[in-house]
Design a protein around this ligand. Structure first.
Ligand code: FES
Ligand code: FES
Length: 168
């Protein structure tokens, strides 16, 4: 038995800028801990295999698949979920861009699309369409809103630049 699990020591996670303690085993998928223990339902369960991107979170600013990451493996790292970006009252510029571009039908993929876009723009503030396609190529949208999603990425680049006081 895992020594820590035997002691019942809580997992210590830093999520959306807050230190959280969770009574979950270290091997529990991060997605399950976020949704079931912390009530953060932004990340979605899609394939459970690391293939669709619905469960995407940021770990130290990098997009990661929470369904295949053991929660114990990200103790001490900065985890950001969709809830950590903003909400209806004060949306993050990337969230606003997806609204502006009407880049949703069912919306199930949007958690992953938005967080992957946040990570992309942190690396490449003005991505080309090809760079945007490459960054989102492993995030699946079953509704086929890819054209609108790519438009949202370009809109997001403008809005993030505006928010940061850079030329759009
Ligand atoms: S649910 Fe995690 S990649 Fe599909
Ligand atoms: S909008 Fe439905 S899966 Fe993308």
């Amino acid at each position: 038995m895992n020594a820590r699990a035997g002691r019942g020591a809580p997992l210590r996670l830093r999520v959306n800028g807050q230190d959280r303690e969770v009574a979950a085993p270290p091997h529990a998928p991060l997605l399950a801990v976020l949704r079931n223990d912390l009530g953060l339902n932004g990340p979605k369960y899609g394939c459970g295999l690391g293939e669709c991107g619905a469960c995407t979170v940021l770990v130290d600013g990098v997009a990661a698949r929470a369904c295949v990451i053991p929660a114990g493996g990200v103790e001490g790292r900065e985890i950001t979920t969709l809830e950590g970006l903003g909400g209806p009252a004060a949306p993050h510029p990337v969230q606003q861009a997806f609204v502006d571009a009407q880049a949703a039908q069912c919306g199930y993929c949007l958690n992953g699309m938005i967080l992957a876009t946040v990570a992309l723009l942190a690396r490449i503030p003005r991505p080309t369409d090809a760079e945007a396609r490459a960054a989102l190529s492993h995030n699946l949208c079953r509704c086929g809103t890819h054209v609108e999603i790519l438009r949202a990425v370009q809109r997001a680049a403008e809005l993030v630049a505006r928010a940061e006081g850079r030329p759009e």
